[in-house]
Design a protein around this ligand. Structure first.
Ligand code: ADP
Ligand code: MG
Length: 311
């Protein structure tokens, strides 16, 4: 089956900056894919290459089987791109922005009904005649989303659509994107809100310094490394001086009367830890457990090599 987006051995440099260092990634049709990574990781560069806005130095990208360079038009036709930057001509109205984009895809008056639907779905109907310059940042963001969808593209790529957007709009954008996904669109979303990726994406790729450092289902990623651990925070009645060595090995942090153990979900048992503490004569006054979340996994995977080496 043809992939929605097939990326093969893509490299890109900007002068001395290596923005992408050999990306191989296939996104299936109908997937909800999350592309995560810290600032400067290369997410927007990769999206701009998919969109045909930036040329890769090496490697290929195809959208629904169409090479984004050699078959630019059909590739672009299959894609809706919501760019990270809000760039508009301030003197156009919302409807004009959408009409111009429609025209770009060769769609004329026949597309007006769809534009109305888009305006309504994105709660922009009453702003259709407003000039772009009068809109708030959140509304401009919604116009960008509508603009990406004028030609009903199968693959929708959103570059940080919820960055700097208030909680309410973020939630309504989530619902809107989920609706697109339910209707069969392939979604590629970059975000730095980890809880957003955790809630929405079926599969996640993590970029760091231009390389894909993780690629897995969201669930699979959450069970990797630190994701497969559980922190047990124990408050003791008295300061604890000595612990059995088996427990000492599982200690993550300690204060006078506070012990934090990091347990492996598969091989460690809280009951055994509590039993050993009791045997060692430790009186427990409080116990809390904290599961690692996607944020912990992300931080672990995107620490730079020098941090890992302790520099
Ligand atoms: P992200 O979207 O993950 O924050 P970008 O793809 O925007 O990352 O940037 C990746 C790296 O490439 C960064 O170091 C950035 O400074 C650099 N970069 C991106 N675009 C350009 C450009 N047009 N000229 C020079 N450097 C760029
Ligand atoms: Mg970016």
């Amino acid at each position: 089956m043809t992939a929605a987006v097939a990326i093969s051995a893509v490299h890109k440099r900007f002068g001395r900056v290596r923005a992408l260092e050999g990306i191989d990634l296939t996104i299936g049709r109908g997937e909800f894919f999350g592309l995560l990574g810290p600032n400067g990781a290369g997410k927007s560069t990769l999206i701009n290459i998919i969109a045909g806005l930036t040329r890769a130095d090496a490697g290929t990208v195809a959208v629904l089987g169409h090479d984004v360079v050699n078959e630019y038009r059909p590739a672009r036709q299959a894609l809706g791109i919501v760019p990270q930057e809000l760039v508009f001509d301030p003197f156009f109205t919302v409807r004009e922005v959408l009409q111009i984009q429609s025209g770009y895809f060769g769609l004329g008056a026949a597309n007006e009904a769809w534009l109305d639907e888009l305006l309504q779905a994105l709660m922009l109907s009453d702003k259709a005649s407003a000039n772009m310059r009068t809109l708030s940042g959140g509304m401009k963001r919604r116009v960008l989303v509508a603009q990406a969808l004028v030609h009903k593209p199968e693959v929708v790529v959103l570059d940080e659509p919820t960055a700097g957007v208030d909680v309410e709009l973020r939630k309504s954008l989530w619902e809107f994107i989920q609706r697109l996904h339910r209707h069969g669109h392939t979604i590629v979303l970059t975000t730095h809100y980890l809880e957003e990726a955790e809630a929405l994406c079926d599969r996640i790729g993590i970029l760091n310094h231009g390389a894909l450092v993780a690629l897995d289902t969201t669930q699979g990623l959450m069970e990797q490394g630190i994701g497969n651990t559980l922190c047990v925070c124990i408050t003791t009645a008295e300061p604890v001086t000595a612990l059995p060595s088996a427990l000492e090995a599982k200690l993550k942090e300690r204060d006078a009367t506070r012990l934090v153990f990091q347990l492996n979900k598969d091989s460690d048992s809280i009951i055994e830890v509590l039993d050993s503490l009791r045997t060692a004569g430790v009186a427990i006054v409080d116990l809390q457990t904290v599961e690692a979340d996607l944020e912990d996994v992300f931080i672990e995977l995107t620490r730079t090599r020098s941090e890992v080496a302790g520099h």
